[in-house]
Design a protein around this ligand. Structure first.
Ligand code: SR1
Ligand code: MG
Length: 418
């Protein structure tokens, strides 16, 4: 059995240089490879490798959480789940995932296409860039991957076997179960809200019985509703963009969970971006158009998801659920449409809840996001975060009473003016 060894910029060429695929993609002579370590994520090592023929990204899992250090061990097998999730996502929504060149399970290494001139979507949004494609691309991505990974589409034997495969991604699910659904709602050791100005609001949220009950209902859904293969960590840091292309990366948290989970996480990150914008403007109102763009993008993602999910329901529904022989073939086509509306409505309500909880954990928990973290003025930052926290509470607690996204737009715009 090969012993795991972390890569370094110095050792990488000699360790990977004999791989034929990489010789072809990067260059035959690895002594000419140039390696730059670029990873600034919470968990892994990431390198850009360039050579005579081209470039590649090398991602390696470490046996611990990079953000915290060796005191928090984390199994290398997450790389296996990431690889298998990438393969499935690529088949379910072709073109949305970087091309995978090499997977080395023992060394927890995935080598993939170097996306250039792509940037991380979160970065682009902080800079105030409006990407016209992302709403549609991401809406289609969630609809296709989540529908095609579910019992609506897969043969039941295949889905059950795949659930068994991914069931072992327990440590990463454990991170989400604790860091997302529980820690933000009590004084957990790893929490760190960095704006003391928020203390009174944080105390209010932690004493909010309705909120804490909803957070636990959502955790219950997360752990028990194994509907489909979710990306598991679909935030704006897991998306790479240019003006004409969108790619989704980093599905190491992949697990079988609710269809609504990825969509909720994703929309939460757009709402957080919205509230963070005033922390990045130099003159008041400078980012008004950007804020409108972000709310439009939320609408586009959700409406594209709904429309594509409905199309797939009508054209590709071949799994064990809502079978055509019960409905259409018995001369009652409206029955399948009625069931579709009920399914979509349930996804919508859950999605709002997951979005609310994701907002809270990014401000109160361990893992923050750069949208707020890069706001230099502490008072301004706290004011942005407070608005987002209030929206999070509203979404989680009132999700059964919020009938459409335009109601949320009103709430968001009212909070922004506070
Ligand atoms: C300890 S890991 C913290 C967070 O980083 C990842 O990107 C996930 O979002 C996780 O919750
Ligand atoms: Mg990640």
């Amino acid at each position: 059995k090969q012993v795991f060894e972390a890569l370094s910029a110095e050792t990488l060429p000699s360790r990977l240089g004999s791989n034929d695929v990489l010789k072809d993609k990067i260059g035959a002579d690895h002594t000419h490879w140039n390696v730059r370590e670029v990873g600034d994520g919470n968990l892994n090592l990431v390198f850009i490798v360039t050579g005579d023929k081209g470039a590649a990204i090398v991602k390696q899992a470490l046996p611990y959480v990079r953000l915290v250090g060796e005191s928090w061990p984390l199994p290398l097998k997450r790389s296996f789940f990431e690889y298998h999730a990438l393969v499935r996502q690529s088949a379910r929504d072709p073109g949305m995932i970087p091309e995978i060149y090499v997977f080395d399970m023992a060394q927890a290494i995935i080598v993939m296409e170097y996306l250039t001139p792509h940037v991380i979507l979160r970065r682009a949004l902080i800079e105030g860039r409006q990407l016209s494609r992302i709403g549609r691309d991401l809406g289609l991505f969630v609809a296709r991957t989540l529908f095609r990974g579910s019992d609506l589409s897969l043969p039941t034997q295949e889905k059950k076997a795949d659930m068994a495969l991914f069931a072992d991604n327990v440590e990463l699910c454990d991170i989400t179960e604790n860091l997302v659904f529980s820690d933000p709602y009590f004084e957990a050791a790893m929490n760190r809200h960095t704006s003391p100005q928020l203390d009174p609001l944080v105390a209010e949220l932690r004493a909010d019985r309705d909120l804490k009950v909803e957070a636990q209902r959502l955790k219950h859904l997360f752990s028990a509703k194994a509907e489909t293969l979710c990306h598991g960590d679909l935030h704006t840091g897991s998306v790479m963009v240019t003006d004409i292309e969108t790619k989704v990366i980093d599905p190491e948290f992949a697990f079988y969970g609710p269809i609504s989970f990825d969509i909720g996480m994703l929309l939460a990150n757009f709402w957080m971006s919205y509230f963070s914008q005033s922390g990045h403007e130099t003159t008041s109102g400078e980012r008004d158009e950007m804020r409108d763009y972000l709310l439009e993008t939320v609408d586009t993602i959700w409406h594209t998801f709904r429309a594509e999910f409905a199309t797939l329901w009508r054209t590709e529904r071949k799994g064990i659920l809502y079978q055509a022989r019960l409905f259409e073939e018995r001369g009652d086509p409206l029955a399948a449409e009625q069931a579709l509306n009920i399914v979509l409505d349930e996804i919508y309500r859950e999605m709002l809840g997951f979005a609310g909880i994701e907002i809270h954990r990014r401000i109160l928990g361990l893992a923050h996001n750069a949208d707020f973290e890069t706001i230099a003025d502490p008072d301004r930052r706290a004011s942005c975060e407070a608005k987002a926290l209030k929206l999070g509470r509203h979404l989680a607690v009132n999700r059964h009473r919020i009938h459409c996204l335009s109601d949320i737009r009103e709430t968001v715009e009212r909070l922004q003016k506070e």
